[in-house]
Design a protein around this ligand. Structure first.
Ligand SMILES: Nc1ncnc2c1ncn2[C@@H]1O[C@H](COP(=O)(O)OP(=O)(O)OP(=O)(O)O)[C@@H](O)[C@H]1O
Ligand SMILES: [Mg+2]
Length: 220
């Protein structure tokens, strides 16, 4: 299995479990939606996967690399995990090109330019290369946020309610696009939402989270 998560336990404060015994695995290229109500622990689970939080217990392995167990903890910067958050999607003072370049620190100038071009083509935004975030629609901003997350070729892409700021019409269009792009790039992705229709439209499988525990799974 490409992603193996076993027995994750986590609490922000002592005696208040937020994630409890979470285990699941994913195949390479699979899209899993994590569905749950507000406060169920969805964002916390993504924070654990990206290395922003340290679990009390459990193991995280991605692409045969042990990221976290009792003996070791690989820090956030070294995990090569791509994230798209619900807010602060883009840096407002940087244009599109600079936003995408942000994650490409180790790249040469040429490689950077090429990668930005490829990403802009992928999300169909080539003509907006020099635009600033405030000059883009909500859906365009989310596409650039996706391009930025995918640019450094992450081993996994984590999306935390990326549609929360979009109106219903746009959301419907974007979620189809999103699935197409993730499948095109064969990106292993975890998509967090509280909307069953979003989960159904995008994912291959839905994991239901309740009070920090996986209650059941549905394969679509
Ligand atoms: N930094 C923090 N410190 C203490 N408790 C926190 C912190 N962040 C979240 N929590 C608590 O952990 C629980 C899970 O929060 P989390 O943000 O993971 O939920 P969520 O499923 O993402 O909710 P939402 O759908 O509202 O985004 C909640 O009870 C929340 O109050
Ligand atoms: Mg959340």
């Amino acid at each position: 299995m490409y992603v193996q998560i076993e027995g994750l336990d986590f609490s922000y404060e002592k005696n208040e479990p937020v994630i409890q015994g979470v285990s699941f695995s994913m195949q390479e290229g699979e899209i899993v939606a994590v569905l749950g109500s507000s406060g169920s622990g969805k964002s916390t689970l993504l924070r654990l996967l990206s290395g922003l939080e340290v679990p009390n217990e459990g193991k995280i392995m991605i692409d045969e690399k042990m990221l976290c167990n009792r003996q070791q903890f690989v820090s956030c910067e070294k995990r090569n995990v791509g994230m798209v958050f619900q807010d602060y999607a883009l840096f407002p003072h940087m244009n599109v090109e600079k936003n995408i370049a942000f994650g490409l620190k180790g790249y040469s100038k040429d490689a950077k330019k090429k990668r930005i071009e490829t990403m802009l083509k992928l999300v169909n935004m080539v003509e907006k290369q020099h635009a600033y975030p405030h000059e883009l629609s909500g859906g365009q901003q989310q596409r650039i946020a996706l391009a930025r997350a995918l640019a450094p070729e992450p081993s996994i892409l984590l999306l935390d309610e990326p549609f929360s700021n979009l109106d219903a019409d746009l959301k419907m269009r974007i979620r189809q696009e999103l699935r197409t792009i993730m499948k095109q790039t064969q990106m292993t992705s975890i998509f967090v939402t509280h909307d069953y229709d979003d989960a159904k439209a995008i994912a291959d499988r839905i994991v239901f989270l309740e009070n920090g525990q996986i209650k059941y799974e549905e394969t679509l």
